[in-house]
Ligand binder design. Structure first.
Ligand SMILES: [Mn+2]
Length: 259
């Protein structure tokens, strides 16, 4: 299982012998040895204790090295019900929000982000698309954060520039644990299909806040709101793809944690 490997790796990272770790966490050395051989599995309370000691999440502690980074979430309110299954890695996506243009945007984001996204949303579209789009942003953001776990080894910063016909869009992201959105993109048309152009900001804000990332997006120029919006979603996908790429085995922060 993942825990045996992770415990060995984390202990080696701290330059501790089994006996020294045993003393630090108040367990017999033989128990540490049995955990590392995979002969015993720790109770949850001890997992929490180890996670605390090594400053990692419980999730990271039991995840097998190289295991897919994925999350499944469901959120239901009186306005919407959103189900998300997200894997950080290339695969077949299937997206149905009831808003065709929004499905088109999420598909583009997932494709260029090397994500496999299964997403269904049922919202109060008889009102308008606002609740549905915003709530998809909330759940997708939470799923993204959950799939990343403690963010160990990720590149963290990334940026992209995407032309789409007459428009040019750019994105810079810091998957930092510090939620912030800056969006600077004028929309020449108020509506794209059945989608209000202003909803892009609602989605991006909800996504950035719930994923815990600093997100800057800008349209340098463009005349067609469909092109501009699609450029923004593609640029976001491409920047996220690079930001979550594992480039080391460390948590890349001068303060030692990304939260
Ligand atoms: Mn298009």
């Amino acid at each position: 299982m993942g825990f045996a490997e992770q415990l060995k790796t984390l202990r080696a990272g701290k330059n501790l012998q089994q006996g020294a770790l045993a003393a630090q966490v108040g367990l017999p050395e033989s128990v540490i040895d049995a955990y590392e051989r995979g002969l015993r599995e720790p109770p949850l309370a001890q997992l929490v204790q180890f996670a605390d000691f090594f400053s990692v999440t419980v999730d990271a502690l039991v995840r097998a090295p190289g295991a897919p980074r994925r999350a499944e979430l469901c959120r239901a309110t009186k306005e919407t019900e959103v189900r998300v299954s997200l894997t950080l890695g290339r695969g077949e996506s299937s997206i149905d929000t009831g808003i065709g243009f929004f499905d088109h945007m999420l598909t583009a984001m997932a494709f260029w982000g090397n994500m496999t996204l299964q997403l269904t949303a049922r919202g109060d579209l008889q009102v308008d698309g606002h609740h549905t789009v915003e709530d998809v942003g909330i759940v997708l953001g939470r799923a993204f954060a959950a799939a990343l776990g403690d963010k160990r080894g990720i590149a963290r910063f990334a940026s992209s520039v995407v032309p789409m016909d007459e428009s040019l869009c750019r994105c810079a992201v810091d998957v930092s644990g510090r939620p912030f959105l800056v969006l600077d993109a004028a929309m020449p048309q108020a509506v794209i299909g059945g989608y209000d152009s202003c909803l892009t900001q609602e989605f991006l804000r909800a996504f950035a806040m719930n994923a815990g990332m600093t997100l800057h997006l800008r349209a340098d120029y463009g005349e067609n709101a469909h092109h501009i919006t699609e450029g923004l979603f593609k640029a976001l996908g491409m920047a996220l793809r690079d930001a979550v790429t594992v480039v080391s085995d460390a948590v890349v922060s001068t303060k030692g944690a990304l939260e």
